[in-house]
Ligand binder design. Structure first.
Ligand SMILES: [Zn+2]
Length: 211
């Protein structure tokens, strides 16, 4: 069985994963097939913001780019939340203009993120990657139309509260193979692995390949 990995920083299985890249690292390894490109709050400074945004804009039309991200808000790392919000807004605009879904990193800034979504009412899907929040937060995010992507670490009840049609699976920086993360999620949800994989494939097609 092949398992689609929507968010990784290491090229492992190019035909079934989205490699997340910063505009400063691009172009990726030549074997890369699918990438998401975005300005990570950890790599953002007031000084490099403009340069990063400019190269992002140039690289966005590269054929491998199927999403924007990871971008987002992080209250524990990176520049001030104002600087982060400003650069996130520009990436939201790119996501809307180029019809590319947005992969989001969010640490302790869920209220701000939900407010942005309510204000902007984007047409493009927004996916919160590496979701580790509790059940109530998961429910809240889903109510506001977010997709949630789960990796190696998560809260069991949050996963169980996430409808299968809103679910993605990723490795991010984990060394565990994607198949073993699918297996854990299949066991936790009590869904056969094959059935889980079919659901995720459907979501991947819909969100990233507009099929
Ligand atoms: Zn990541």
């Amino acid at each position: 069985m092949d398992f689609f990995n929507i968010h990784t920083h290491t090229l492992t299985c190019p035909e079934s994963e989205i490699l997340s890249q910063s505009p400063l690292q691009f172009p990726a390894d030549k074997r890369t097939i699918y990438t998401s490109i975005g300005i990570h709050p950890w790599e953002l400074t007031e000084e490099n913001a403009e340069d990063q945004q400019k190269s992002l804009q140039k690289l966005i039309s590269n054929a491998s780019v199927i999403a924007i991200g990871e971008s987002g808000l992080d209250k524990l790392q990176g520049p001030s939340i104002d600087v982060q919000t400003n650069i996130l807004r520009q990436q939201i605009l790119l996501s809307e203009t180029y019809s590319l879904p947005l992969i989001l990193h969010c640490v302790k800034a869920f209220n701000e993120l939900i407010q942005l979504k309510k204000e902007i009412k984007p047409q493009q899907p927004w996916i919160i990657h590496g979701f580790r929040g509790k059940e109530a937060l998961a429910t809240d995010c889903i109510r506001h139309g977010f997709y949630l992507s789960f990796g190696e670490y998560f809260q069991e009840n949050a996963l169980k509260a996430t409808p299968l049609e809103k679910l993605f699976i990723e490795t991010d920086e984990s060394e565990k193979p994607i198949g073993s993360i699918y297996q854990t999620i299949s066991d936790t949800c009590g869904i056969p692995l094959k059935e889980l994989n079919d659901y995720i494939k459907k979501n991947v097609k819909k969100v990233f390949f507009k099929a």
